[in-house]
Design a protein around this ligand. Structure first.
Ligand SMILES: [Zn+2]
Length: 135
């Protein structure tokens, strides 16, 4: 089907699907609002989302739509947890019984010190600054 309705058009992509879902949620929210003015406003917002989604699907400027979609996806990727950071956090949590974390007062870098050693002099491995802390 080369001469179908969607040929040469952007068609459905993640952003359009998201907008459609957003429109449905908004419309559902609107249906339970008792205040007529607010309900009408929220319904209009839902219609705008739907209109934008449909307009994007029918758009012939595929390159531009693709850029929009990519921006949308990277925006969501930013919210996703960095797996390495998550692993570090987990390690730190498990570590808490045996180690204490201090920030070097000089260079603000994080230092890991074994717990239960009493008052000790800590030498920062990054800048050589020495400070005394209770562990
Ligand atoms: Zn330091």
């Amino acid at each position: 089907m080369n001469n179908g309705f969607f040929s040469g058009r952007n068609g459905s992509d993640a952003l359009s699907v998201f907008l459609t879902a957003l429109a449905l949620v908004t419309a559902t929210a609107a249906s339970v609002i008792t205040d007529e003015v607010i309900r009408t406003t929220v319904t209009l917002v839902a219609l705008v989302f739907i209109a934008f989604a449909v307009w994007r699907m029918l758009s012939r400027n595929i390159a531009k739509r693709r850029v929009e979609n990519e921006k949308f996806l990277s925006f969501f990727r930013a919210f996703r947890k960095d797996p390495q950071k998550a692993a570090e956090k987990k390690q730190k949590k498990e570590d808490r019984k045996t180690h204490v974390y201090y920030k070097c007062p000089e260079c603000k870098k994080e230092l890991r010190v074994p717990r239960g050693k009493g008052k000790i002099r800590i030498t920062c491995p990054h800048c050589g600054h020495q400070f005394i802390k209770k562990t």
